[in-house]
Design a protein around this ligand. Sequence first.
Ligand SMILES: Cc1cc2nc3c(=O)[nH]c(=O)nc-3n(C[C@H](O)[C@H](O)[C@H](O)COP(=O)(O)O)c2cc1C
Length: 184
Amino acid sequence: MSQYQIAIIVGSLRKDSINRKLAQALIKLGPSEFSFKQLEIGDLPLYNQDQDANQAASVVRLKNEVRAASGVIFVTPEYNRSIPGVLKNAIDNASRPYGDSAWTGKPAGVLGASIGTIGTALAQQHLRNCLAYLDAPTMGQPEVFIQVKEGFFDEAGNITSADTVRFLQGWMDRYVLWVKRHAE
Ligand SMILES: Cc1cc2nc3c(=O)[nH]c(=O)nc-3n(C[C@H](O)[C@H](O)[C@H](O)COP(=O)(O)O)c2cc1C
């Protein structure tokens, strides 16, 4: 078993999500001592504070998975200049009840892919606001704003630009250090 297990949360439920493809390409760049698990967020209930004392099994599962992880990587689209509701819903569900947040202290990384030119920059900034409040130390640099055009991925889901792969490798190398620095 790898020494460090990293949870990956993709902010899109879409089958052909470019963010899921980006997450899968990123996983290939991790070192052998790191393993990655994409967490399911599509089956969570809409957050309702009335359920805090009786959280759904899917919420308990998500919280346990986040707690078991050495770090969390978010790979998200931008929806209407913010993060998708499904991602915010996952963040809210796993942050409660008050005092029992799963996010506290988890070294976080943030990336995103969009078809638009600003490559999820605004969504990522909103996500960083949430993570700062939740006390999840979030790596500041390098920022990853990916614009996906025709041919960005090949048929097998590989990123076709060697420069982009090199850039993402640099991101992963920094994130590995970030996780180790925050390891308890
Ligand atoms: C509801 C909705 C809102 C969107 N808003 C934005 C946006 O604010 N900025 C942007 O760059 N792209 C926006 N897009 C386009 C997304 O970049 C594009 O749909 C992308 O493929 C979504 O990521 P996914 O493939 O991982 O699902 C939006 C798409 C949807 C469905």
